[in-house]
Design a protein around this ligand. Structure first.
Ligand code: BGC
Ligand code: BGC
Length: 445
């Protein structure tokens, strides 16, 4: 059995974060409000009324955070750029101090020997764009491409590879279908235009990045889908869920088509939002890499009531994280080999752009070490089975604002005391540092 030390030469080790989850400083230096500022301020949206107003105060403390990254011996750092810092209303003139923050961040990373891997959109849409319809509005895709060009013009001289979107699936479903995340809309399947317009935004931004000689990736949340039984009804439900969660966001960028959504009563034009030529545009710039965010498999059974064509069921007999998410490391191997089998030659090299485990303030750190080591072994197994995986960016560098869970779910290798902002490396920090060093030593043996 191959293990994590067998990961190939050139494999890149990293950590991931996102702007709204760590930066704070939400009114500083001309930043405009994002959908998350507005959503989190609404009573009853985020647990205990927490918001990202201060978060990890990374906006001011980034040198300390980069020192922590340097201590890990990282090759790369995946972070996101807050659109409302760069363009406070999502369009028009650039806010120079906002862009200057990322300029400083990038220089400091490079000085520490860490390659920046920016994500242009991690759910913090400028509120002004949401007021005009947000991702339900086709126009937002064009605004995104302009924003991407502005940022790439400023930082592209120092950053080779770029991620357009983070998890358009979670953003559509949690933000627009269920209302658990910002902007808090509860449109159910009428949220589909938010999928298409994000993908159109990806396509337009990808072209802008490519024109500037930059590499393009997207980070999708992917899950192996397990039918609850081998009954035809459960198999059909699993197929329908796979189309919605996985293929809706990956088939268009890799194959230039949408999966069959007939189970949802939706045709190939997703209810009319797909215009002629859109899919061509979405797939026109071949991806240099697919970012995969993996946390857990999803077990699906036939629907128990009309509405959606599936229902979620528990995965029994496995440990669960503090969040209640099932821990199935081999799901990562299954996911990766499944991607290879499904997409074949159309699949670009993969980078794991998120994977991690949450604990609570009072729990031990050992579950995270167990989670990470088992997932990395599963990853090595997938590589041994022929899947081209180039790097692993764990979620997350430090405890941060975990969306609707506020500060309760802690995904960090570094503990953050949100009263004092004191950072304290956890046991998993030392474990990850030692693993990275051991892998390098193993390669040069
Ligand atoms: C996880 C899901 C979770 C969702 C919302 C995903 O990354 O895979 O299990 O429900 O995030 O936070
Ligand atoms: C998101 C992160 C989030 C993590 C854990 C992913 O869905 O990209 O922002 O913190 O999972 O929920």
């Amino acid at each position: 059995m191959p293990n994590r030390l067998d990961l190939p030469a050139g494999f890149r080790w990293g950590v991931s974060t996102a702007a709204y989850q760590i930066e704070g400083a939400v009114t500083e230096d001309g930043r405009g409000p994002s959908v998350w500022d507005v959503f989190a301020a609404r009573p009853g949206t985020v647990r205990d009324g927490h918001t990202g107003a201060v978060a990890c105060d990374h906006y001011h403390r980034y040198p300390e955070d980069i020192a922590l990254m340097k201590g890990l011996g990282l090759d790369g750092y995946r972070f996101s750029i807050a659109w409302p810092r760069v363009q406070p209303t999502g369009a028009g003139p650039v806010n120079p101090p906002g862009l200057a923050f990322y300029d400083r961040l990038v220089d400091a990373l490079l000085e520490a020997g860490i390659t920046p891997l920016p994500t242009l959109f991690h759910w913090d849409l400028p509120q002004a764009l949401e007021d005009a319809g947000g991702w339900l509005n086709r126009d937002t895709a064009y605004r995104f491409a302009e924003y991407a060009a502005v940022v790439a013009d400023r930082l592209g001289d120092r950053i080779p590879a770029w991620i357009t979107l983070n998890e358009p699936f979670v953003h559509m479903v949690y933000g627009y279908a269920l209302g658990i995340h910002a902007p808090g809309r509860t449109l159910m399947m009428d949220a589909l235009p938010a999928a298409h317009h994000q993908l159109l935004a990806h396509g337009l931004a990808a072209a802008a990045l490519r024109e500037r000689g930059l590499e393009v990736m997207i980070a999708n949340n992917l899950t192996p889908v397990w039918p609850a039984s081998s009954s035809d009804a459960d198999l059909a439900a699993a197929e329908a869920y796979d189309a919605l969660h996985n293929r809706l966001f990956t088939d268009p960028v890799l194959l230039g088509r949408y999966p069959d959504l007939a189970a949802y009563g939706v045709g190939p034009d997703l209810g009319g939002c797909v215009h002629d030529g859109d899919l061509k545009l979405i797939a026109a710039t071949p991806l240099d890499g697919l970012g995969v965010n993996y946390y857990n498999p999803t077990r699906i059974a036939a629907p128990t009531d009309p509405g959606l064509p599936f229902t979620f069921v528990d995965i029994p007999d496995v440990p669960h994280t503090a969040f209640g998410w099932p821990v199935v490391p081999d799901g990562l191997r299954e996911l990766l080999t499944g991607l290879r089998d499904h997409y074949g030659a159309a699949l670009p090299p993969i980078t794991i752009t998120e994977n991690g485990c949450s604990t609570t303030e009072t729990s031990e750190d050992q579950p995270r070490i167990d989670y990470l080591s088992a997932h990395l072994d599963a990853l090595a197994e997938a590589v041994a089975q022929g899947v081209d995986v180039r790097g692993y960016f764990t979620w997350s560098l430090m405890d941060n604002f975990e969306w609707a869970e506020g500060y309760h779910q802690r995904f960090g290798l570094v503990h953050v005391d949100f009263e004092t902002q004191k950072r304290t490396p956890k046991a998993s920090y030392a474990w990850y540092r030692d693993l990275i060093a051991a892998h390098r030593a193993y390669l040069s043996r």
